[in-house]
Design a protein around this ligand. Sequence first.
Ligand SMILES: NC(=O)c1ccc[n+]([C@@H]2O[C@H](COP(=O)([O-])OP(=O)(O)OC[C@H]3O[C@@H](n4cnc5c(N)ncnc54)[C@H](OP(=O)(O)O)[C@@H]3O)[C@@H](O)[C@H]2O)c1
Length: 337
Amino acid sequence: MLNRQWILARRPTGRIEPGVLELRQVPVSLPDEGQALIQNLYLSLDPTHRIWMSDMPQYMPPVALGEVMRAGTLARVVQSRTPELAPGDLVSAQGGYQDYALVQPQAVSRINPVAGTPLVHYMGLLSHIGATAYFGLLEIGQPQPGQTVVVSGAAGAVGSIAGQLAKISQARVIGIAGSAAKCGYVTGELGFDAAIDYRREDVAARLRTLAPQGVDVYFDNTGGDILDAVLQNLALNARIALCGLIASYNAQGEWAGPRYYRNLLMKRAMVKGFIVSDYRARFGEVMPKLAAWHAQGLLKYRVDVQPGLENAPAYLNRLFDGDNQGKLVVQISNDHP
Ligand SMILES: NC(=O)c1ccc[n+]([C@@H]2O[C@H](COP(=O)([O-])OP(=O)(O)OC[C@H]3O[C@@H](n4cnc5c(N)ncnc54)[C@H](OP(=O)(O)O)[C@@H]3O)[C@@H](O)[C@H]2O)c1
Protein backbone atom coordinates (compact mmCIF):
# COMPACT_ATOMS: atom_id res chain seq x y z
CA MET A 1 0.00 0.00 0.00
CA LEU A 2 1.23 3.49 -0.82
CA ASN A 3 0.81 6.61 1.30
CA ARG A 4 0.50 9.98 -0.46
CA GLN A 5 2.03 12.72 1.67
CA TRP A 6 2.27 16.50 1.28
CA ILE A 7 5.69 17.56 2.59
CA LEU A 8 6.63 21.12 3.59
CA ALA A 9 9.29 21.78 0.93
CA ARG A 10 9.90 25.49 1.56
CA ARG A 11 8.49 28.22 3.74
CA PRO A 12 5.96 30.52 2.06
CA THR A 13 6.56 34.20 1.58
CA GLY A 14 3.11 35.71 1.21
CA ARG A 15 0.52 33.40 -0.29
CA ILE A 16 0.91 29.64 -0.33
CA GLU A 17 2.29 29.22 -3.84
CA PRO A 18 2.80 25.93 -5.71
CA GLY A 19 6.05 24.33 -4.50
CA VAL A 20 5.60 25.23 -0.84
CA LEU A 21 4.15 21.75 -0.35
CA GLU A 22 5.35 18.79 -2.43
CA LEU A 23 3.51 15.53 -2.96
CA ARG A 24 5.42 12.26 -2.53
CA GLN A 25 4.44 8.63 -2.27
CA VAL A 26 5.99 6.24 0.23
CA PRO A 27 5.07 2.73 1.38
CA VAL A 28 2.62 2.70 4.31
CA SER A 29 4.46 2.10 7.61
CA LEU A 30 3.05 -0.63 9.83
CA PRO A 31 2.33 -0.02 13.52
CA ASP A 32 4.80 -0.93 16.27
CA GLU A 33 3.65 -2.26 19.63
CA GLY A 34 1.48 0.47 21.28
CA GLN A 35 0.57 2.13 17.95
CA ALA A 36 -2.29 2.04 15.47
CA LEU A 37 -2.41 2.72 11.74
CA ILE A 38 -5.18 5.13 10.77
CA GLN A 39 -6.57 6.01 7.35
CA ASN A 40 -7.50 9.68 7.05
CA LEU A 41 -11.02 10.17 5.71
CA TYR A 42 -11.31 13.97 6.08
CA LEU A 43 -8.62 16.63 6.42
CA SER A 44 -9.36 19.90 8.22
CA LEU A 45 -7.96 22.96 6.41
CA ASP A 46 -7.39 25.74 8.94
CA PRO A 47 -5.95 29.25 8.59
CA THR A 48 -3.39 28.34 11.24
CA HIS A 49 -1.67 26.01 8.75
CA ARG A 50 -0.17 29.16 7.25
CA ILE A 51 1.29 30.00 10.68
CA TRP A 52 2.69 26.48 11.12
CA MET A 53 4.37 26.72 7.69
CA SER A 54 6.33 29.77 8.79
CA ASP A 55 9.18 29.73 11.29
CA MET A 56 8.05 32.79 13.22
CA PRO A 57 7.66 32.36 17.00
CA GLN A 58 4.25 30.72 17.51
CA TYR A 59 2.15 28.72 19.93
CA MET A 60 3.56 25.32 18.93
CA PRO A 61 6.67 24.27 17.00
CA PRO A 62 6.57 25.18 13.31
CA VAL A 63 6.39 22.27 10.87
CA ALA A 64 10.00 21.41 9.95
CA LEU A 65 11.07 21.45 6.31
CA GLY A 66 10.79 17.92 4.91
CA GLU A 67 8.05 16.93 7.38
CA VAL A 68 4.51 15.89 6.48
CA MET A 69 2.32 19.00 6.76
CA ARG A 70 0.50 18.94 10.10
CA ALA A 71 -3.33 18.98 10.18
CA GLY A 72 -6.27 17.64 12.08
CA THR A 73 -8.04 14.68 10.46
CA LEU A 74 -11.00 12.42 10.99
CA ALA A 75 -9.73 8.91 10.49
CA ARG A 76 -10.54 5.25 10.72
CA VAL A 77 -8.31 2.72 12.48
CA VAL A 78 -7.16 0.08 9.98
CA GLN A 79 -4.62 -1.87 12.07
CA SER A 80 -3.97 -1.76 15.77
CA ARG A 81 -1.29 -2.99 18.14
CA THR A 82 -2.80 -1.29 21.17
CA PRO A 83 -5.78 -2.55 23.19
CA GLU A 84 -7.27 0.99 23.31
CA LEU A 85 -8.03 1.09 19.56
CA ALA A 86 -9.64 -1.47 17.30
CA PRO A 87 -9.94 -1.65 13.50
CA GLY A 88 -12.99 0.31 12.39
CA ASP A 89 -12.84 2.83 15.25
CA LEU A 90 -13.32 6.43 14.16
CA VAL A 91 -10.94 8.96 15.68
CA SER A 92 -10.06 12.59 15.54
CA ALA A 93 -6.29 12.81 15.17
CA GLN A 94 -3.46 14.99 14.04
CA GLY A 95 -3.15 12.78 10.98
CA GLY A 96 -1.55 15.34 8.66
CA TYR A 97 -1.80 15.92 4.91
CA GLN A 98 -1.54 12.22 4.00
CA ASP A 99 -3.58 9.07 3.45
CA TYR A 100 -2.28 7.09 6.44
CA ALA A 101 -0.61 7.89 9.77
CA LEU A 102 0.71 6.04 12.78
CA VAL A 103 -0.75 7.21 16.08
CA GLN A 104 -0.59 6.44 19.78
CA PRO A 105 -3.96 6.07 21.52
CA GLN A 106 -3.38 8.99 23.92
CA ALA A 107 -2.90 11.33 20.93
CA VAL A 108 -6.34 10.70 19.41
CA SER A 109 -9.95 11.14 20.55
CA ARG A 110 -12.50 8.52 19.70
CA ILE A 111 -15.60 9.65 17.79
CA ASN A 112 -18.90 7.89 18.35
CA PRO A 113 -21.14 9.39 15.68
CA VAL A 114 -24.74 9.88 16.67
CA ALA A 115 -27.20 8.51 14.10
CA GLY A 116 -28.33 11.31 11.82
CA THR A 117 -25.29 13.54 12.45
CA PRO A 118 -23.13 13.75 9.32
CA LEU A 119 -19.54 12.67 9.96
CA VAL A 120 -18.20 16.02 8.74
CA HIS A 121 -19.87 17.77 11.68
CA TYR A 122 -17.19 16.14 13.82
CA MET A 123 -14.72 18.27 11.82
CA GLY A 124 -16.68 21.48 12.42
CA LEU A 125 -19.39 22.26 14.91
CA LEU A 126 -18.53 19.25 17.11
CA SER A 127 -14.74 19.72 16.96
CA HIS A 128 -12.07 22.24 17.93
CA ILE A 129 -14.00 24.73 15.77
CA GLY A 130 -17.15 24.66 17.90
CA ALA A 131 -15.00 24.70 21.03
CA THR A 132 -13.13 27.79 19.80
CA ALA A 133 -16.35 29.72 19.36
CA TYR A 134 -17.71 28.48 22.69
CA PHE A 135 -14.74 29.31 24.93
CA GLY A 136 -13.86 32.55 23.15
CA LEU A 137 -17.36 33.96 23.05
CA LEU A 138 -18.90 32.67 26.25
CA GLU A 139 -15.95 32.47 28.65
CA ILE A 140 -13.83 35.39 27.45
CA GLY A 141 -16.47 37.62 25.86
CA GLN A 142 -19.18 36.88 28.47
CA PRO A 143 -21.99 38.61 26.56
CA GLN A 144 -24.94 39.73 28.66
CA PRO A 145 -28.55 39.95 27.43
CA GLY A 146 -29.07 43.16 25.47
CA GLN A 147 -25.35 43.84 24.98
CA THR A 148 -23.84 44.35 21.54
CA VAL A 149 -21.50 41.67 20.16
CA VAL A 150 -19.45 42.06 16.97
CA VAL A 151 -17.98 39.04 15.18
CA SER A 152 -15.52 39.27 12.28
CA GLY A 153 -15.11 36.36 9.87
CA ALA A 154 -18.81 36.08 10.61
CA ALA A 155 -19.76 33.68 7.80
CA GLY A 156 -16.79 31.38 8.46
CA ALA A 157 -16.39 28.21 10.47
CA VAL A 158 -15.71 29.74 13.90
CA GLY A 159 -17.40 33.12 13.40
CA SER A 160 -20.75 31.67 12.33
CA ILE A 161 -20.94 29.69 15.57
CA ALA A 162 -19.68 32.55 17.76
CA GLY A 163 -22.40 34.86 16.45
CA GLN A 164 -25.16 32.31 17.01
CA LEU A 165 -23.88 31.65 20.55
CA ALA A 166 -24.18 35.39 21.14
CA LYS A 167 -27.80 35.23 19.95
CA ILE A 168 -28.41 32.28 22.31
CA SER A 169 -27.04 34.58 25.06
CA GLN A 170 -29.70 37.14 24.04
CA ALA A 171 -27.16 39.68 22.87
CA ARG A 172 -27.47 41.85 19.76
CA VAL A 173 -25.08 40.58 17.10
CA ILE A 174 -23.37 42.39 14.24
CA GLY A 175 -21.39 40.24 11.82
CA ILE A 176 -18.56 41.45 9.59
CA ALA A 177 -17.91 39.49 6.38
CA GLY A 178 -16.40 39.95 2.94
CA SER A 179 -19.37 39.90 0.53
CA ALA A 180 -23.02 40.82 0.22
CA ALA A 181 -23.88 37.13 -0.10
CA LYS A 182 -22.08 36.30 3.15
CA CYS A 183 -23.78 39.23 4.91
CA GLY A 184 -27.14 37.96 3.65
CA TYR A 185 -26.32 34.49 4.97
CA VAL A 186 -25.48 35.71 8.49
CA THR A 187 -28.53 37.97 8.84
CA GLY A 188 -30.85 35.57 7.02
CA GLU A 189 -30.10 31.96 7.83
CA LEU A 190 -28.04 32.56 10.97
CA GLY A 191 -30.25 35.27 12.48
CA PHE A 192 -27.61 37.94 13.19
CA ASP A 193 -29.19 41.38 13.76
CA ALA A 194 -27.01 43.17 11.21
CA ALA A 195 -23.99 42.64 8.99
CA ILE A 196 -21.26 44.81 7.48
CA ASP A 197 -19.51 44.02 4.20
CA TYR A 198 -15.97 45.11 5.08
CA ARG A 199 -14.82 45.05 1.45
CA ARG A 200 -17.43 47.61 0.37
CA GLU A 201 -18.42 49.54 3.49
CA ASP A 202 -16.70 51.83 5.99
CA VAL A 203 -16.74 49.50 8.99
CA ALA A 204 -16.05 52.16 11.65
CA ALA A 205 -18.81 54.44 10.32
CA ARG A 206 -21.32 51.58 10.04
CA LEU A 207 -20.56 50.50 13.62
CA ARG A 208 -21.19 54.05 14.85
CA THR A 209 -24.66 53.79 13.33
CA LEU A 210 -25.43 50.19 14.24
CA ALA A 211 -23.97 50.32 17.78
CA PRO A 212 -24.39 53.89 19.03
CA GLN A 213 -23.84 52.72 22.66
CA GLY A 214 -20.62 50.96 21.61
CA VAL A 215 -19.48 47.36 21.23
CA ASP A 216 -19.48 45.33 24.45
CA VAL A 217 -17.89 42.16 23.06
CA TYR A 218 -15.73 41.75 19.98
CA PHE A 219 -14.91 38.22 18.76
CA ASP A 220 -11.86 38.95 16.62
CA ASN A 221 -11.04 36.50 13.84
CA THR A 222 -9.11 38.93 11.67
CA GLY A 223 -7.13 41.70 13.38
CA GLY A 224 -6.03 44.37 10.87
CA ASP A 225 -8.26 47.25 9.76
CA ILE A 226 -11.41 45.59 11.11
CA LEU A 227 -9.92 45.47 14.61
CA ASP A 228 -9.10 49.18 14.34
CA ALA A 229 -12.66 49.95 13.27
CA VAL A 230 -14.00 48.09 16.32
CA LEU A 231 -11.47 49.73 18.67
CA GLN A 232 -12.92 53.09 17.64
CA ASN A 233 -16.37 51.93 18.76
CA LEU A 234 -15.82 50.20 22.10
CA ALA A 235 -18.29 50.47 24.97
CA LEU A 236 -17.04 50.97 28.50
CA ASN A 237 -15.56 47.73 29.94
CA ALA A 238 -15.61 46.01 26.54
CA ARG A 239 -14.11 42.52 26.16
CA ILE A 240 -12.20 41.39 23.08
CA ALA A 241 -11.73 37.65 22.54
CA LEU A 242 -8.70 37.52 20.26
CA CYS A 243 -9.24 34.32 18.31
CA GLY A 244 -7.32 34.91 15.08
CA LEU A 245 -5.47 37.43 12.95
CA ILE A 246 -6.10 36.12 9.46
CA ALA A 247 -5.60 39.57 7.91
CA SER A 248 -1.89 39.28 8.71
CA TYR A 249 -1.09 35.58 8.18
CA ASN A 250 0.17 36.09 4.61
CA ALA A 251 2.00 39.34 5.44
CA GLN A 252 5.70 39.57 4.76
CA GLY A 253 7.99 41.32 7.20
CA GLU A 254 6.78 43.51 10.05
CA TRP A 255 3.03 43.98 10.44
CA ALA A 256 1.80 47.24 11.98
CA GLY A 257 -0.11 46.91 15.27
CA PRO A 258 -3.52 48.41 15.97
CA ARG A 259 -3.65 52.19 15.61
CA TYR A 260 -6.42 52.61 18.19
CA TYR A 261 -4.75 50.59 20.97
CA ARG A 262 -5.11 53.62 23.24
CA ASN A 263 -8.90 53.18 23.26
CA LEU A 264 -8.42 50.04 25.38
CA LEU A 265 -7.29 52.41 28.13
CA MET A 266 -9.97 55.02 27.55
CA LYS A 267 -12.73 52.36 27.65
CA ARG A 268 -11.14 50.19 30.40
CA ALA A 269 -11.35 47.34 27.91
CA MET A 270 -9.81 43.88 28.02
CA VAL A 271 -8.21 41.84 25.23
CA LYS A 272 -7.48 38.17 25.75
CA GLY A 273 -5.79 35.97 23.17
CA PHE A 274 -6.63 32.28 23.46
CA ILE A 275 -5.72 28.97 21.81
CA VAL A 276 -8.45 26.35 21.85
CA SER A 277 -6.11 23.42 22.56
CA ASP A 278 -5.56 24.90 26.04
CA TYR A 279 -9.21 23.99 26.72
CA ARG A 280 -8.97 20.43 25.37
CA ALA A 281 -9.69 18.82 28.75
CA ARG A 282 -13.11 20.53 28.69
CA PHE A 283 -14.20 19.59 25.15
CA GLY A 284 -16.33 16.73 26.55
CA GLU A 285 -18.33 19.22 28.59
CA VAL A 286 -19.01 21.49 25.60
CA MET A 287 -19.82 19.09 22.74
CA PRO A 288 -23.18 17.91 24.18
CA LYS A 289 -24.26 21.56 24.57
CA LEU A 290 -23.34 22.40 20.97
CA ALA A 291 -25.09 19.24 19.73
CA ALA A 292 -28.24 20.10 21.74
CA TRP A 293 -28.39 23.68 20.38
CA HIS A 294 -27.91 22.29 16.88
CA ALA A 295 -30.74 19.78 17.42
CA GLN A 296 -33.00 22.62 18.62
CA GLY A 297 -32.26 24.58 15.44
CA LEU A 298 -30.40 27.31 17.35
CA LEU A 299 -27.00 26.55 15.80
CA LYS A 300 -26.90 26.22 12.02
CA TYR A 301 -23.74 25.13 10.34
CA ARG A 302 -22.17 24.72 6.90
CA VAL A 303 -19.31 22.43 5.92
CA ASP A 304 -17.51 23.04 2.64
CA VAL A 305 -16.29 19.59 1.56
CA GLN A 306 -13.81 19.52 -1.33
CA PRO A 307 -12.58 16.32 -2.95
CA GLY A 308 -9.05 14.95 -3.19
CA LEU A 309 -5.92 15.06 -1.05
CA GLU A 310 -4.00 15.90 -4.22
CA ASN A 311 -5.76 19.31 -4.32
CA ALA A 312 -5.38 20.20 -0.63
CA PRO A 313 -2.75 22.99 -0.97
CA ALA A 314 -4.82 24.80 -3.61
CA TYR A 315 -7.94 24.60 -1.44
CA LEU A 316 -6.05 26.13 1.50
CA ASN A 317 -5.83 29.50 -0.28
CA ARG A 318 -9.63 29.67 -0.36
CA LEU A 319 -9.48 30.58 3.33
CA PHE A 320 -7.44 33.67 2.47
CA ASP A 321 -9.51 34.58 -0.60
CA GLY A 322 -12.81 34.17 1.26
CA ASP A 323 -13.93 31.46 -1.17
CA ASN A 324 -14.82 28.86 1.47
CA GLN A 325 -18.49 28.47 2.38
CA GLY A 326 -18.25 27.39 6.01
CA LYS A 327 -15.80 24.94 7.53
CA LEU A 328 -13.32 23.88 4.84
CA VAL A 329 -12.65 20.16 4.74
CA VAL A 330 -10.98 17.88 2.20
CA GLN A 331 -12.45 14.46 1.65
CA ILE A 332 -9.47 12.12 1.32
CA SER A 333 -11.34 8.84 1.14
CA ASN A 334 -14.97 7.81 1.02
CA ASP A 335 -13.98 4.39 2.25
CA HIS A 336 -16.10 4.41 5.41
CA PRO A 337 -19.56 3.20 6.44
N1 LIG B 1 -7.53 30.70 18.70
C1 LIG B 1 -7.82 29.50 18.27
O1 LIG B 1 -7.63 28.49 18.95
C2 LIG B 1 -8.38 29.34 16.88
C3 LIG B 1 -8.97 28.13 16.47
C4 LIG B 1 -9.53 28.06 15.18
C5 LIG B 1 -9.47 29.17 14.34
N2 LIG B 1 -8.87 30.31 14.79
C6 LIG B 1 -8.82 31.51 13.96
O2 LIG B 1 -10.14 31.89 13.68
C7 LIG B 1 -10.18 32.60 12.44
C8 LIG B 1 -11.25 31.95 11.55
O3 LIG B 1 -10.85 30.61 11.27
P1 LIG B 1 -11.87 29.60 10.58
O4 LIG B 1 -11.25 28.26 10.64
O5 LIG B 1 -13.21 29.81 11.13
O6 LIG B 1 -11.84 30.09 9.06
P2 LIG B 1 -13.04 30.67 8.19
O7 LIG B 1 -13.57 31.86 8.91
O8 LIG B 1 -13.99 29.58 7.84
O9 LIG B 1 -12.29 31.09 6.86
C9 LIG B 1 -11.45 32.20 6.85
C10 LIG B 1 -12.23 33.47 6.45
O10 LIG B 1 -11.45 34.60 6.82
C11 LIG B 1 -11.86 35.67 6.02
N3 LIG B 1 -10.66 36.44 5.63
C12 LIG B 1 -9.61 36.01 4.89
N4 LIG B 1 -8.70 37.00 4.73
C13 LIG B 1 -9.21 38.08 5.40
C14 LIG B 1 -8.75 39.42 5.60
N5 LIG B 1 -7.57 39.85 5.10
N6 LIG B 1 -9.53 40.27 6.32
C15 LIG B 1 -10.72 39.85 6.82
N7 LIG B 1 -11.21 38.60 6.67
C16 LIG B 1 -10.46 37.73 5.96
C17 LIG B 1 -12.56 35.11 4.78
O11 LIG B 1 -13.94 35.47 4.87
P3 LIG B 1 -14.49 36.83 4.18
O12 LIG B 1 -15.02 36.43 2.85
O13 LIG B 1 -15.51 37.28 5.16
O14 LIG B 1 -13.30 37.75 4.07
C18 LIG B 1 -12.43 33.60 4.95
O15 LIG B 1 -13.56 32.90 4.50
C19 LIG B 1 -8.78 32.53 11.87
O16 LIG B 1 -8.10 33.72 12.19
C20 LIG B 1 -8.16 31.36 12.61
O17 LIG B 1 -6.75 31.44 12.68
C21 LIG B 1 -8.33 30.40 16.03
